[in-house]
Design a protein around this ligand. Sequence first.
Ligand code: AMP
Ligand code: MG
Length: 494
Amino acid sequence: MTATGTAITADDLPFDNAFAALPPAFFTRLMPTPLPAPYFVAASPSAAALVGLDAEKLKDAELVAVFTGNHVPPRAKPLAAVYSGHQFGVWAGQLGDGRAILLGELPGPDGPMEIQLKGAGLTPYSRMGDGRAVLRSSIREFLCSEAMAALGIPTTRALMITGSDKPIMRETVETSAVATRMAPSFVRFGSFEHWFYRDHPEELRILADYVIDAFYPALRSQPNPYKALLAEVTRRTARLIAQWQAVGFMHGVMNTDNMSILGLTLDYGPFGFMEAFDSQHICNHTDQQGRYAYANQPQIGHWNCFALGQALLPLIGTVEDAQEALGVYEAEFAAKIDELLHAKLGLGMFYENDRALFESMFSLMHDNHVDFTQFFRKLSLLQVDLPELDAPIRDLFLDREAFDAWALDYRARLRKELRNDIERRRAMDQVNPKFVLRNYLAQVAIEKAQNKDFSEVEKLLSVLARPFDEQPENEAYAALPPDWASHLEVSCSS
Ligand code: AMP
Ligand code: MG
């Protein structure tokens, strides 16, 4: 079972169990709880290829049973991991995999991927929860993971979704699903905080050594590998959040238990993509204070790295060393966002005043509630010497004169560039997506799926797999949200 498409049976799945080889304090071994009469909902071909599977084969009843948790292959060693975390800035104590069960790792062309069943039943960390996930939130996580990957943004992946008619209670009664997620590791900042706050330095060290040896082996030769780990995770987090900002992605619940030690986007809940631009937009309606509003994400990322730094302090040694490692955040974020904004505006060169042009652009977008994705995508149509052809972009603005004033500055800046309009447009269209997972698109797919029509999930997956392509046949998927969508709300209840 190495080549894609090779016929395999569930019991051949070549699971390895590196995380399960850690001491027992890190997890609880347990079996997933079966769901009645599971059915196939969707699978991601590109995710399947990462573990040498064929998405078509995942429709087989045998594999549906495996990825629902109804049949555990012999080489899997199912477990739920323990972690803690800061939720909304407050220490929350022990959390852990309350409804996610790790089966083990499957090998693949880019290295092993851990396979985790989200919604596979109760664990010792379920607290008040039922260990389940609803179809609605599983579809959102599935589509968004795969959309983010296609945008080139580091993320956990989603292999497939299975469903079951077993009812579960949220704000209303919904049906159950299991989303199979994949990542090289699901270790979180909160996995380290757990041992720091319990004052268990030995487990802290074991976990850090595991992460370094498995995922950051180059850091082993650094004078202080733990400090180097903090600096590298801080850098990755800063770059990740710059990438979120550049596509208008809002995570919604940036608690430290949702922050990946590999710098991946992790735990898709009440996330959203910015539509009408509002820098203070809050996508999670449970977050009344707006702690995780769009404009706050960069500083929250830094705050979360501090929480990790605090937890790693006993290993790092001195506060000065920890602070030095954390000190890379601001410069790394600034450099990355600067690079991304230059690319978004089609600027190949860097000038001192460019930041002022970006700031005036964002305040113009904010004042006019311009659709984030459409603005950048249509900006590539601008021709330096033909302002009379600006209508497609200009018409996005209520205050057209304000746009004209900004466009005058933008044109002046473009004249310093070496590329012509056509070359610039081509470059901009490779970084400014035409298609993102708008809430209403997910909602349409969810409502059909709730009536057992999964075709729209598959359709959206395929459109979002090529976000930078024009796809004229799929123009409707780039449209602004319809009026009914203004009432859509997403919360933590998933
Ligand atoms: P989240 O906000 O989804 O990141 O979840 C925070 C914590 O609550 C994690 O420990 C989850 O495992 C747990 N949790 C969320 N939903 C459920 C559920 N339905 N059943 C059990 N645990 C849950
Ligand atoms: Mg979580």
